[in-house]
Design a protein around this ligand. Structure first.
Ligand code: MN
Length: 415
């Protein structure tokens, strides 16, 4: 990022507080948690297409899905497991024998067995006691290990569970030789400082060798919390392309990777120039548009319009860009509009070898500004209205649901 002497880099002032694992094992959740985004569904072919790209980019572990969800899901996991990917294909299941069995039959060599840990989940969702959760977890890990699988043990809502129970539970599965343990901030309530404290405490009590974090973005902190976890020595971050995932999503793959590479100079082993292409593919297949101002992969992330900024960028990109767009496989854009200045115009005219006098440039600038200001917003509003209608009600439309309910024979239902 730095050219000698041009910008200061104060990250070195805090380097003693960071202990990154080497290597950092990227565990992608796009095809599991990402697919659980409301309205999102990937076919087996689509899952394979994404998995191939992720594997080629250097992702180590790919969660393909939960085989007991449906026959199509089981088929997708089988397809990925037999595709000869460089990445390890993982499938997930609850701590029940049938789920673990479905993963074993899928051919996936990695499994994530999951159960909830917090009291609210135990009492209202699982209707299980802590002892019952512990017994089911130990049995599931034992079942998966005896089938020769690499086993990750996951609890949902770890960070809202009683620590004594978390300690007892994780120690029990580690005694069963679980290979990796996962701490989840399922509803995204951690902050970097509290999460650092939590993870230090977890390390002290549980003594994990290989551990992951699963961070949600309900408060927009998923990437920050994931970075905090990596700084604390967590070995394997859960990430999703474009930050896809339930509700506000998970930690974005591209943001975690580029923060490590660019801000801290950590070599992640990820081919960063593949990330933009993967981002656009997942945008298309998921139908979840990338926000224009999304970090790194948003449409505006490397666009400049304001005269002062454009002038700076043209002189040296370090003025207003912390990293080069080519690093992600994309290009910067100079936008001509209301805020355009002379330097951008001179540069634009060079595309055709044209040079203009100051007077002509001033006239051209005036035309561009007036043209922008005269542009109506009707087309944009039409587009936004359709967009909102789609996202305010994804999935099966209401009328369609009631028709299905009648067809299925629900008594007393008329469409
Ligand atoms: Mn999740």
């Amino acid at each position: 990022m730095t050219e000698e002497g041009l910008v200061e880099n104060y990250h070195s002032a805090t380097s003693a507080q960071r202990r990154f694992a080497d290597p950092i094992v990227f565990w992608d959740e796009t095809l599991r948690d990402g697919e659980q985004t409301p309205g999102v569904h990937f076919s087996p072919e689509e899952k394979l297409a994404v998995a191939e790209r992720l594997s080629d980019a250097g992702i180590s572990v790919i969660n393909a899905g939960i085989p007991v969800v449906s026959t199509e899901e089981a088929e997708a996991v089988r397809r990925l497991a037999s595709a000869g990917l460089k990445a390890h294909v993982l499938a997930a299941g609850r701590t029940v024998p049938g789920d673990v069995d479905a993963v074993i039959r899928s051919g996936a060599k990695y499994i994530a067995v999951f159960v909830a840990a917090s009291q609210v989940h135990l009492r209202y969702k699982l209707k299980m006691t802590q002892d019952e959760v512990l017994a089911a977890s130990v049995a599931a890990v034992r079942q998966a290990k005896s089938a020769g699988l690499h086993v990750a043990f996951v609890t949902e809502d770890t960070v809202r569970a009683p620590f004594d129970f978390v300690e007892r539970l994780y120690k029990a599965v580690l005694e069963e030789k679980a290979d990796r343990v996962v701490v989840s901030d399922t509803v995204g309530i951690m902050t970097p400082l509290t999460f650092r404290w939590y993870l230090e405490e977890f390390r002290r009590r549980v003594k994990p060798r290989d551990w992951s974090v699963h961070c949600h973005n309900d408060f927009g902190l998923a990437v920050a919390n994931t970075l905090t976890a990596l700084e604390a020595g967590v070995t394997s971050p859960h990430v999703c392309v474009n930050g896809l995932g339930e509700r506000a999503g998970n930690a974005a793959l591209e943001e975690v990777v580029l923060a490590l590479e660019t801000l801290y100079g950590v070599r992640t082993g990820i081919r960063t120039e593949a990330l933009y292409g993967i981002s656009r593919l997942v945008e298309e297949l998921s139908g979840v548009p990338i926000a224009a101002n999304k970090a790194l992969v948003g449409y505006n992330s490397f666009s400049h319009e304001a005269g002062i900024h454009t002038h700076g960028i043209l002189a040296n990109t370090l003025t207003y860009e912390p990293l080069q767009p080519e690093l992600l496989g994309r290009h910067r854009q100079m936008i001509l509009g209301k805020h355009t200045g002379k330097a951008a115009l001179v540069e634009k005219l060079k595309e055709r070898g044209a040079v203009a006098s100051d007077a002509v440039l001033a006239d051209l600038l005036r035309r561009i500004k007036e043209g922008t200001e005269a542009q109506g917003k009707e087309e944009l509003l039409r587009f936004l209205t359709e967009y909102r209608a789609h996202f305010e009600r994804p999935g099966v439309p209401d009328a369609e649901f009631w028709r299905m309910a009648k067809e299925a024979g629900v008594p007393g239902v008329t469409p």
